[in-house]
Write a protein that binds this ligand. Structure first.
Ligand code: FE
Ligand code: FE
Ligand code: ZN
Length: 296
């Protein structure tokens, strides 16, 4: 079955209930959220009353909560050699796992980190050490999904071998999985036109069963440019048909697909319309214009 949704907000006063309602308004049957703002680590307490209301609503409408994922904030960096920032990242991630537990969430997407000049191997070592500390401190079945990165700056995790090295060297392999991001893969050099070849490669190296989530984004830039600039579905350099092939790939059936495409003109959320277009499997070159007119 196809599980498709987008990232949605998580506001202090509506929390999971607000996130769910936003997802429903886009016609989604899954979603991803940050437990606060994506770019900072200010987090308010989870209110169980709101969580309960959201869970009841999901039960009512047969919404499969097991497909919903949380994304850790961008600034968390387990590869950072700076002791203070490193320790903060570990502490924050432990708390984030606890928030996931409290919310009943099973998957937490994480950018592996940036080595800020220390080199890939030092970065990998720091990440592995950090993950070992985290999972030795919190006993959980929450899985951290390491996201494949575009290779911007000193990002670790733009090559499958790097993701594999993190998983292989961590003592808590069962707590780790992978989140594919189509824009990042394309930008890092993987050919999304030949996705079944990529998936075979992934399977041989890491194992398809490790994939817990797929971020579906087009890219503003050519393959291998390491830019990480997302584009609306079908309007970028990956293209509509290639993204449709990925979304409907049999081997990724039942894995949640999450759109992180940009708002049109920075104000109009595109997700309802992109999801309609994905379900119709037919590209609409006027989609962005339509979104502006309909939401005005
Ligand atoms: Fe991400
Ligand atoms: Fe992503
Ligand atoms: Zn990105």
């Amino acid at each position: 079955m196809l599980y498709i949704g987008s990232h949605v907000g998580f506001k202090k006063d509506t929390q999971l209930l607000g996130s769910l309602e936003e997802a429903i308004s886009y016609g989604s049957n899954t979603f991803m959220f940050y437990t606060g703002a994506p770019q900072n680590t200010i987090r308010s307490n989870i209110e169980d009353g709101l969580t309960l209301k959201a869970l009841m609503k999901m039960k009512e409408i047969n919404f499969d909560y097991s497909k919903v994922v949380v994304h850790a904030p961008y600034i968390i960096n387990l590869a950072n050699p700076d002791k203070e920032k490193y320790n903060f990242s570990i502490r924050f991630l432990q708390e984030e796992i606890n928030r996931c537990e409290q919310l009943g969430i099973k998957y937490l997407v994480l950018h592996p980190g940036s080595h800020v000049g220390e080199g890939i191997q030092a970065g990998i070592d720091n990440i592995v050490k950090g993950l070992n500390i985290i999972f030795s401190n919190v006993n959980t079945d929450v899985k951290i999904l390491l996201e494949t990165m575009a290779g911007k700056g000193t990002e670790v995790g733009s090559k499958l071998e790097e993701i594999k090295a993190i998983i292989d060297n961590c003592q808590y392999k069962d707590n780790l999985g992978v989140c594919l991001d189509t824009c990042h893969l394309h930008d890092s050099g993987y050919d999304m036109k030949n996705f079944s070849f990529f998936l075979d490669q992934f399977d041989k190296l890491i194992g398809i069963n490790k994939i817990g989530c797929v971020h579906i984004n087009d890219s503003k830039n050519e393959q291998s440019t390491h830019k990480d600039r997302h584009e609306n579905i079908g309007f970028g350099k990956i293209g509509f048909n290639n993204l449709i092939n990925i979304i409907y790939n049999e081997k990724l059936n039942d894995i949640p697909k999450i759109l992180e495409t940009p708002y049109v003109d920075k104000i109009y959320p595109p997700y309802k319309y992109e999801i309609e277009m994905i379900k119709a499997k037919k590209f609409d070159e006027n989609l962005l214009e339509k979104i502006k007119n309909k939401t005005k």
